[in-house]
Design a protein around this ligand. Structure first.
Ligand code: SF4
Length: 62
């Protein structure tokens, strides 16, 4: 089963890094907060977004 990711929106600063790295998986809201729109993206792609998020607010769900 694919791992699920989520964004802690309170910590997100809307830098768009995750959206640039993994546009199939992340989208910014009008409030400039990222959220996960699809889990179909490659796990490696989401992991790269996690590793490069400046506020470390993208996490894998348990
Ligand atoms: S990389 Fe992190 S801080 Fe930047 S938009 Fe994505 S979730 Fe928000």
């Amino acid at each position: 089963m694919a791992k699920k990711a989520y964004v802690d929106e309170d910590e997100c600063i809307g830098c768009e890094s995750c959206v640039e790295i993994c546009p199939e998986a992340f989208e910014l809201t009008d409030e400039m907060k990222a959220h996960v729109i699809s889990e179909d993206c490659a796990e490696e792609c989401i992991q790269e977004a996690i590793d490069t998020c400046p506020t470390e607010c993208i996490h894998w769900a348990d």
